[in-house]
Design a protein around this ligand. Structure first.
Ligand code: ADP
Ligand code: MG
Length: 205
């Protein structure tokens, strides 16, 4: 992701990406739940865990597909299993990545594909950057990739930056000013996903 050279996507790498992302989210379910208990309804960890457990059930099937098809299959599983506001949004993110990325993406492809996926999430959520949602991690991360900076570091920093923000979308927006002072759960799950992807791609020979 940081090299600018085309990534050689083979089945082992596709498998490692899907498996690492899924396990990372599942392993952090309690943390995501705690964040959602503070400013939402406390289901984000369980929602995401349910979705990525469903992804892992079909890991062999997903990993046998070319990257675009694998991403679409993951997106469909998330749409069907995660639920809540985040299910359709993460589903849209992965489905759009599947529709826009080629089988062997280089950095320019990732930049363009990620931009298209973020636009699709904005359209689905009727939301914008600055409203204390997952978009506040996804958008700065896309910029970091475009500028050749470390996506995981950008995502971690961006998730921290949601703490002082006031939520203007999703359940947390019902709290108004009381949403200030807590990290957005979807921002945290996005940062976890991006860290996992960055680690796997960084292990590339
Ligand atoms: P719910 O809010 O329905 O309980 P989750 O708890 O699973 O769903 O997900 C909450 C997260 O979804 C929020 O932390 C936020 O990041 C994200 N989110 C909610 N609504 C929107 C929206 N309209 N646009 C973008 N992201 C959103
Ligand atoms: Mg919730």
């Amino acid at each position: 992701m940081q090299t600018g050279t085309a990534t050689t996507m083979d089945k082992a790498l596709t498998r490692a990406l899907i498996e690492t992302v899924s396990r990372r989210v599942i392993d952090h379910a309690d943390e995501l739940t705690a964040l959602d208990q503070a400013i939402g309804d406390g289901d984000h960890g369980l929602n995401m865990k349910r979705g990525f457990e469903a992804v892992l059930v079909d890991l062999d099937i997903h990993a046998a597909k070319p990257l675009p098809e694998a991403l679409k299959a993951v997106g469909m599983a998330l749409v069907m299993k995660v639920g809540g506001a985040s299910g359709p949004l993460y589903g849209t993110l992965f489905l759009t990545l599947g529709k826009t990325l080629p089988s062997q993406p280089g950095r320019d492809d990732l930049v363009a594909g990620f931009a298209a996926a973020i636009d699709a999430v904005k359209a689905r959520g009727k939301s914008e950057v600055g409203q204390k949602t997952m978009l506040d991690v996804l958008a700065p991360t896309q910029v970091a990739i475009a500028e050749g900076r470390d996506p995981a570091a950008a995502a971690a920093e961006a998730s921290e930056a949601t703490i002082p923000m006031k939520a203007l979308r999703g359940r947390a927006s019902f709290l108004g000013d009381r949403s200030i002072g807590h990290m957005d759960p979807g921002a945290r799950s996005s940062a976890l996903i991006i860290a996992a992807i960055t680690e796997v791609l960084g292990r590339q020979p």
